[in-house]
Design a protein around this ligand. Structure first.
Ligand SMILES: [Zn+2]
Length: 138
């Protein structure tokens, strides 16, 4: 595992994190529109370079803050509302330079309950009530 640098399109939001073992493709009503691939970390393990200049979108139970670059609009990460030290936040792995799809496992999660994904994987699709695998899972 190595540390990867990540950046939105315009470079205003930058962060570093360990190369993920797996990324999540979620087909819920929200993620399916973003097309993001989510990698999960304890918040303290994601090192933002400067304060990320983002705007936040929230909906539903308003427990998650979806951050977007204020300049270029990229969906960069999501955090839990009300804490700066969450046990788990998601970053958009598509922003990571050098991430290798050949050695990064793709996990599909059927939160949209229709089984429709634009990605392909040989791994079983997780039903919507399952938690995504932990980082230490093979
Ligand atoms: Zn940007």
């Amino acid at each position: 595992m190595s540390t990867l640098s990540a950046s939105c399109h315009c470079g205003a939001v930058r962060f570093e994190a360990e190369e993920p073992e797996w990324v999540l493709d979620c087909n819920c009503s929200h993620c399916r529109l973003y097309g993001g691939l989510w990698a999960y970390y304890p918040q303290r393990e994601v090192r933002f370079l400067g304060a990320p200049d983002t705007f936040i979108y929230m909906w539903g139970d308003r427990e998650l803050e979806f951050h977007h670059c204020r300049t270029c609009g990229c969906a960069t990460h999501s955090t839990q509302a009300g804490t700066d030290d969450a046990e788990r936040i998601a970053v958009n792995a598509r922003l990571m330079r050098g991430i290798d799809p050949k050695r990064t496992r793709l996990v599909q999660k059927n939160n949209g309950n229709d089984g429709v994904f634009w990605t392909h994987t040989d791994s079983p699709v997780l039903p919507s009530h399952d938690e995504p695998p932990q980082r230490s899972d093979p």
